[in-house]
Design a protein around this ligand. Structure first.
Ligand SMILES: [Zn+2]
Ligand SMILES: [Zn+2]
Length: 275
């Protein structure tokens, strides 16, 4: 994505994929329908961010977490809260309603706290508490990260080389006869290359300590576990399903989350909806 492109097409693909994955039999349908509303809002917000950027381009950010330009995004926050209030599951809708009652200084404080700590110092916070700032700021983080110059990658960093956040997902992309693994950042949604036989949480490299589990009914969703640290990385395998959109297929994988926790594995970083 460049400043000239608003990224709208990526959002359209996410919305379409959420519709495809919704089915009357899926436990995830309620979440996917809600996510469709969130992504539609995010697409509009991104278009506004991109338009403001063209009028007044700031210096290219040195990192995605540089100062937030609240004049660009804050006017959209109330509208965002109504989208959540109208479409979210009850507890989340109520938290949006409460947030709407607060003044703009409180909104800024909440957004800034997320912006500073997300994916770095927030492991105990949980997806629910983080949802409101996270879904709102995601397009902004994505936009800024896409503007950054990228240094060639010579190491295998366990944190996002652009913003230092923990990875949300692995992504296997077709290359040659197999797949090359990338990690997808939980904060700015950019990807970086990562070795296949290496735990992104603790650095374990012994293949027999890194079991991979795949369910028969969705072979493109992998639980890449580590028996040394007991964390797992969910990886979306695009060599098995080229239509998958990693961040959306992740939201649909509720049975995998339950299964992994029954096996005693924890997820390093929850997704937007904590599923
Ligand atoms: Zn990042
Ligand atoms: Zn590990």
């Amino acid at each position: 994505m460049t400043p000239g492109q608003t990224g709208g097409a990526e959002y359209d693909a996410r919305i379409k994929r959420a519709e495809q994955l919704s089915s009357p039999h899926s436990a995830a349908t309620e979440f996917l329908e809600f996510y469709g509303h969130v992504a539609s809002f995010q697409k509009l917000l991104l278009a506004n961010i991109a338009a403001a950027h063209q009028v007044k381009p700031p210096a290219p950010p040195a990192e995605p977490r540089g100062e937030i330009d609240f004049t660009v995004i804050l006017p959209h926050f109330r509208g965002y809260l109504s989208v959540i209030e109208n479409h979210a599951p009850p507890a989340l809708a109520e938290s949006a309603r409460q947030m709407a009652l607060l003044d703009s200084d409180s909104w800024i404080a909440s957004l800034e706290a997320y912006w500073r700590y997300a994916g770095i110092y927030d492991q105990q916070v949980g997806a629910f508490a983080q949802f409101l700032p996270r879904a709102f700021l995601q397009p902004y983080a994505e936009f800024r990260a896409a503007l950054m110059a990228r240094a060639p990658q010579v190491t295998t960093p366990r944190l996002c080389p652009l913003c230092r956040s923990r990875p949300l997902l692995g992504v296997l992309r077709p290359e040659g006869d197999g797949g090359k693994r990338f990690l997808l950042c939980s904060f700015c949604l950019q990807e970086w290359e990562f070795r296949r036989i290496l735990c992104p949480t603790c650095g374990e490299e012994a293949e027999d300590k890194l079991p991979v589990y795949v369910a028969e009914d969705s072979p493109h969703v992998r639980v890449e576990a580590c028996d040394a640290c007991k964390f797992y990385l969910r990886t979306i395998d695009l060599t098995k399903d080229g239509n998958a959109i990693p961040i959306v297929d992740d939201l649909a994988a509720i049975p995998h989350t339950l299964w992994a926790s029954e096996q005693g594995y924890s997820r390093l970083q929850p997704n937007l909806l904590g599923t």
